[in-house]
Structure formats: C-alpha cells, structure tokens
Design a protein. Sequence first.
Length: 425
Amino acid sequence: MITTIITFIIVFGILVIVHEFGHFYFAKRGGILVREFSIGMGPKLVYHRGKDGTTYTLRLLPVGGYVRMAGAEDDEEEIKPGTPVSLYVGADNQVQRINTSKKSTLFNGIPLEVTGTDLEDELWIEGYENGDESEVKRYPVAHNATIIEADGTELQIAPKDVQFQSATLGRRLMTNFAGPMNNILLAIVTFMLMSFVQGGVAMGTNQIQVASSPISVAKKAGIQNNDKIIAVNGKKTTSWTDLSTAIQPRANKKTTVTIQRGKTTKQVTLTPAGQKSNGKTVGMIGITQAQDKHVGAILASGFTQTWTMTKALFGALWHMVSGHFSLNDLGGPVAIFATTSQATQYGAVGVLNFLAFLSINLAIVNLLPIPALDGGKILLNFIEAIRRKPLSENVEAAITLVGVGFLVLLMLLVTWNDIERYFIH
C-alpha cells in the first residue's frame, strides 16, 4: 500500500507539473503574468516568490495543480470596500505591498479601511487611514506591487497590460494548447525510457527470445534465441500476435511448432504449460518477443507507441460517443489509484507504461471542446478568430460556468462509480 501511495503521488505529480509547465512557459513567452504556479490543491503548505513575479506554491492535496494567469477566468482579485488592509509604502511613495490577511504580520504598514481600488488600469487604492473617516486618502500602487491574500499567500497584482486577454490571439491559443502538447511529449519520452529499461523494442515479428528459466518449455525442446516460429500445428504465424493466439489455447496439449533457424527449418513437438490468467488457463512455452536493441529503434519507439496508444484511445472515445457510453469507461482519481497498484506489480516498466498511458489520456481529455477544459478555451479562440473579436466577458463566464458544473457533476458520478467498482463489489 505504501508503495502504491508513493507511486500514485509521483505519477500524478509528474503529470500535473509537465502539463501546467506547458501553460506556464508559453504564458511567460507571451508576456502574460503567471501570478501563481501551484502543485497540489487545497490549503497552502509552503510558497516561494520568484524574481520572475510568480509565486510557487505546494498545497496539501496531491491530486492536481494549476497555473493562475493574470486576468484569466480563475484569477479573481477584488478588495471589497470595508476591507481592513495594511499598506507598505516604498521610498518612491508608491504602495509596494498590500496585506489583506489577518494571519500575516510580515510588516508594520499603514492601516487602511478600503473604500475603493483600481489595481488594473490607473493603479491606486484609497480608504480611511487609521480609522479616520473624515478624509479618504488615495495611494498610488506600483506596477509590480504584491498583495497578501487571506491565506497568507503573496502574489503580484495583475495590471491590464500583463493580463491574459491583453496577449495576442496566437499567444493565447498557444498557451491554451501547451498543456496537452506537453503531455504528448511526456508520453513520447516515457515510452523511450521504458524501451531503454526493457533493453530494447519488441520487434512484433515471429522472432523470439527464449526465457532462461530451466522450466521453460521452449528451452527444454531445444528452441533457441532468435529462432522464428513460422507455424503452430501447421498454421502459419507471421507475427507475435499470431504466435500468442495459436499457443495460448494449447495449454497441456501436445503441439507441433515449425522452427526456422537461419536457412533451415524443423518441427518440434512440445506441450505448453498451463498458467492462470484472468481466471482462465492459457498455454505458455517460456518465450518473449525478440528485442531490437538499436538506439534508433528505441528512440523511434517513443513516437510509434505514442501514436498507437493515441489511436486506441480515440477509438475508445468514439465507441463511447457513438451510443455505447458507460461510467465504467471512465475513471477518476480512485480508479487511477487502483490501477497504480496493479502497475507497480510490474516494476519500473509497468509504472512507466502507466505514466505514458495517463499522459496521453490527459492530453486527449483536455482537448475535448468542453468549456473549462483546454479544448473549450481553444474553441473560444477559434470563435474569436472567426468573429474578429472575443465573446463578451459575461457570455464567456456563463459558458465556462456551465462547463465547470458539467465537469463537477461528471467527476462526482465517476468517483462514486469507481468506489463501488473497486471497494464495494
């Protein structure tokens, strides 16, 4: 259980960091202020303010993360009238820090009861100083001033010129697309690493490697590494799939296989051992696919395996939307945790394969044109390009709210279904 928990946290952490770093990097490149880069959700554990203006936070729940971009729909900054704050004014008579947190006593500033603010355009804050309601005092705010929020997290304010909507359409589109793109790149690299760990790439042909175990049926029968099994009981086998399909039903039954070794062929009689798999007894003779150990093949496998899995996942998605939808086809954090337990049983290769699978899943799901997901944001970018102007803030907010509601409801249903699948039944 401990191994599963640690693996789950590491895998989820890698997925989140890589995905959010894509948004982070291209936002920075596009001149958008990233106010916060968070790993995890929920209450803040620690944070660090970087010289680049971004606050990096680690939060309690290791099941997600986010990039908080200035002016984006998830970036709300409003100091309501009547809020007591403390102002730190620099040597240039501009406010450098605004403390709205009762928890934080980082500096002894000017106490102010806020009556109004403009932290986007003209950059000022005003209110009653020291409880004196006879006079409203206004202070200019520095462009790179910070605000200490209620939970004690210090973030840079978000003037209009560094907000998300101030960037060009192309830069906003790339920022939205960068998260899923990074997940595809992660899958490619992970599959390459998996092939290195395995010592090569499965060739997919009928060429085999014989297990070194003395109980290997193939080894006892005289079959050698790099032999090709070209037929089973007279039926031709030209691929690994053909070969495994022909052997598995032959558990504990005498079987004749035709071997090609170099330019010679011969027939060998053996009896596949019976082995339990998913409640069934299948035939095994102690062989594996031959491996291509060339570096070029290993590097290429990252792309080929990513493409193969992507096609399979799109096929599964099409199966769902074409009238065969079931909650069992979806999985949330509970299902991922349960599957992590299975993946760890296969060691590093199993975990790497699972990481690549989840990364492609995350990319595909995020590209779906559902409001609140990256795909929904990209769709709005294309609509803006066609209309030559963005949708109104109210319309965009309403669309996003509907998307968030749909996703929250779906996540609740999926999570309950996962609990029933893995822990109740």
